[in-house]
Ligand binder design. Structure first.
Ligand code: PTJ
Length: 247
């Protein structure tokens, strides 16, 4: 990667791959994270590797939800920790959301490694180690959450989610904000706010919108009102189906 010039047309995409690879080596990311990244990369390619207007709108609405929440939590998995450790900490700082590590392929060691990594990137507090509550209706490891974290939250941002937990969190009545490059994924389908964008672009843009909403004193309820998650997914799907393969 060090030898790859920034002018290489696939530089950004290869940089992300390298981060995931390094994440696996560092014990942050599960080997399955490599597969997930590959799937995301294919969708991103077809989206033109840019934030579409509908994703930008969803990111602004997500920012409004985070600012308006009583208890917001940003869920962190191994891919997020490897790809965007600074951006996820900055988002939490800006919106007042808590950070909680929640893993599909759960191990105590990996949770601790990720929590330490986030602390090195400036996080004051990282939840997920207590795991003293369970998400009802889920029988795998991702059900384990902190009672004062995801379990109690009214708004949860879940980047790169698996569909089961997304549905279970929705059934708990939480407002779920999902970042997933696949607009057809079950997670995107159950989200109050599906953000069809690469997490490397989405998180900094949610933070930028949060700053702007706060500085301009925007009416947060008005920003959220009328948002149509199905229309957002349809817009992304249309964009992907029209995607060009010559990029
Ligand atoms: O760290 P763990 O143990 O919690 O495991 C995390 C992964 C991501 C491995 C796990 O949740 C998993 O297997 O996820 P899936 O079911 O492969 O789903 C990942 C989804 O995220 C897919 O729909 C991908 O298109 C999407 N995706 C992958 N990379 C990105 C992405 N979406 C946004 N930004 C990305 N960089």
């Amino acid at each position: 990667m060090e030898e790859l010039p920034e002018s290489h047309p696939r530089y950004e995409s290869l940089r992300q791959r390298h981060r995931i690879e390094a994440g696996v080596e560092a014990g942050l990311t599960s080997p399955q994270g490599l597969v997930a990244q590959g799937r995301g990369e294919a969708f991103d390619y077809l989206l033109g590797e840019q934030t579409t207007p509908s994703a930008d709108t969803a990111e602004r609405v997500a920012a409004a939800h985070l600012l308006d929440a009583d208890d917001a939590v940003v869920s962190v998995n191994g891919n997020v920790a490897a790809l965007v450790p600074d951006a996820v900490v900055e988002l939490a700082d800006t919106t007042g959301a808590a950070l909680e590590v929640n893993l599909f392929n759960r191990s105590r060691e990996r949770i601790e490694t990720i929590a330490e990594h986030l602390s090195e990137h400036g996080a004051d507090e990282v939840k997920g180690l207590t795991a003293d509550a369970r998400i009802p209706g889920l029988d795998h490891e991702r059900a384990k959450v902190d009672a004062d974290g995801i379990y109690a939250a009214d708004v949860v941002l879940v980047p790169l989610e698996d569909g089961d937990r997304a549905a279970a969190l929705g059934e708990m009545g939480k407002t779920e904000l999902v970042v997933d490059l696949n607009p057809l994924s079950r997670s995107a389908a159950v989200a109050a706010v599906p953000i069809v964008d690469n997490v490397v672009r989405a998180l900094p843009n949610v933070t930028a919108h949060a700053r702007d909403l706060r500085e301009t004193g925007a009416d947060l309820e008005a920003v959220v009102a009328g948002f149509d998650p199905a229309a957002t997914r349809t817009a992304a799907e249309k964009r992907i189906r029209q995607g060009s393969l010559d990029g």
